[in-house]
Design a protein around this ligand. Structure first.
Ligand code: SF4
Length: 235
């Protein structure tokens, strides 16, 4: 059997192994508090990292703490986060999120998620405005070391091209499908996520994937089916 015809789970494990060798292995230490991660992820939508950080810092400098952000005038909050895209939508969304957390838990903190089972925590988080599967899985993996897999645009694209998931699979469905193929330890899922993310940014880029420099080339469907046919036709 040619390598690109391997079953998806074998390919997923091989991808994990090869990218572990190609990129630095990381330990899973959360960089930010859960509330910081949650609100920053909302701010980061269609925004560069530098602008997201600037908006986050400006917001907390101006309003002091989460209570201050919750009670701020919504136009002033939008002004504080104006370095992000759509500040007029993000400001009320952030306040609604803070309000819902406070109403449900009596305080503005999501630390309680640590003790909640994964499925319950996912359901709780995805009820918040603007929190989809990607944000919920990022938070649960990065901050609480829960065994879930965030699928962003890079993870999704590389997974589809290699053939870990089919062409018609949606990003939401990919979260579960890929998770089922991988070891369920948080640190492995974290490295798989980060390595596919880097690979998508640096090698398997959207417009011109650098297949000639790719360690996944031998079993990648895209390379075998699309690029090879192109080369054959040109020969
Ligand atoms: S061989 Fe090409 S398409 Fe396949 S994963 Fe590598 S860069 Fe992406």
């Amino acid at each position: 059997m040619d390598a690109h015809q391997l079953p998806p789970q074998d390919k997923a494990l091989r991808t994990h192994e090869l990218l572990n060798q190609a990129y630095k292995r990381l330990t899973l230490d959360s960089r930010r508090t859960p509330m910081h991660e949650l609100i920053s992820t909302m701010l980061s939508h269609r925004t560069t990292h530098a602008d997201e950080v600037l908006a986050y810092n400006t917001m907390l400098e101006r309003f002091g703490d989460w209570e201050g952000v919750l009670n701020a005038d919504v136009d002033e909050l939008a002004d504080a986060v104006k370095t992000t895209r759509y500040p007029g939508q993000k400001a009320p969304q952030i306040q609604q999120t803070l309000r819902l957390i406070k109403e449900d838990r009596g305080e503005i903190s999501i630390d309680f998620l640590q003790d909640m089972p994964v499925e319950e925590a996912m359901a709780w988080l995805t009820r918040l405005p603007g929190v989809g599967l990607k944000t919920a899985t990022l938070l649960l993996l990065f901050n609480f070391r829960k065994p879930v897999l965030p699928v962003d645009t890079h993870v999704f694209r590389v997974s589809q091209r290699v053939g870990l998931i089919g062409a018609k699979v949606t990003a939401n469905k990919a979260h579960d499908l890929l998770l089922q193929m991988l070891p369920h330890e948080a640190v492995e899922l974290f490295n798989f996520h980060k390595h596919l993310f880097w690979h998508g940014q640096r090698v398997c880029t959207f417009y011109t994937p650098k297949c000639e420099a790719c360690v996944l080339q031998r079993f990648c469907n895209y390379y075998q089916d699309v690029r090879q046919k192109g080369i054959d036709r040109a020969a």
